[in-house]
Design a protein around this ligand. Structure first.
Ligand code: SAH
Length: 221
């Protein structure tokens, strides 16, 4: 029988390989992002039956028809946010809670909203058991943002939107930045939105495929 220590070492080795092959080689080079993804135990955010594949170069199902994003996409979006450690971040689409854990390593405070109660409950208890005390998970429609906690220095949407939901831009702080996939259901463009003098500046990035953002200011269910 394999002991717990060798299991831990195997997972660490898998994370090192993920950093080397999937992140750094493709341009995720922010040292804080790399340190966060070296630390967060991604395999715990997927079903036990999928653990062997947790560090592979692909998204994985997390139940309820949703997915945990591919490691490269998590790294890329985290890097695009440009976090220094002092920020208050809103995440829309908690899902497994993996991206929220990575953000918790990189920012001061993370507020994450998930529309599906079962996913939110599982993510909340896992994040708690891993000792994260700077992440809040709430059930609700993330296209409405989290007005009580606004403004946010950074906003990350981890589901594909037809357009930038207006409440999210309103709740973005001046000088703040939002990263989200915008486009059609089948494919989106990773988009960076900045608020400069109250105006929206957008920069289009790579093509990507996310599950649908469903809600008042997004796709219909
Ligand atoms: N960040 C997640 C990946 C999430 S997949 C992770 O690291 O695992 C996208 C998630 O967005 C799904 O869980 C889906 O239920 C959720 N979602 C879709 N529309 C939403 C909305 N309007 N508000 C909140 N969550 C939403």
């Amino acid at each position: 029988m394999r002991d717990a220590g060798s299991e831990t070492r195997d997972r660490q080795r898998e994370r090192e390989q993920m950093l080397d092959h999937q992140l750094m080689r493709r341009g995720v080079i922010d040292s804080r992002v790399l340190a966060a993804m070296r630390k967060v135990p991604r395999h715990l955010f997927v079903d036990e039956a999928l653990r062997e594949r947790a560090y592979g170069d692909h998204p994985l199902p997390i139940g309820e028809g949703q997915t945990i994003s591919q490691p490269f996409i998590v790294g890329l979006m985290s890097q695009l946010l440009g976090l220094t450690g002092s920020e208050k971040v809103l995440e829309v689409g908690t899902g497994s809670g993996y991206q929220a854990a990575v953000l918790a390593e990189l920012a001061r405070r993370v507020c994450s909203i998930e529309r599906l109660p079962a996913l939110a409950a599982r993510a909340r208890s896992l994040l708690e058991s891993l000792g994260y005390t700077n992440v809040w998970v709430r059930v609700g429609c993330g296209t409405l943002g989290w007005p009580d906690e606004a403004p946010f220095d950074r906003i990350l949407v981890t589901a594909g939107a037809p357009a930038v939901p207006p409440p999210l831009f309103e709740q973005l702080a001046e000088g703040g930045r939002m990263v989200l996939p915008v486009g059609q259901v089948a494919e989106q463009t990773l988009t960076v939105v900045e608020k400069v003098g109250g105006e929206m500046r957008t920069t289009a990035g790579a093509a990507c495929v996310f599950v649908k953002l469903v809600g008042k200011y997004a796709w219909e269910n």
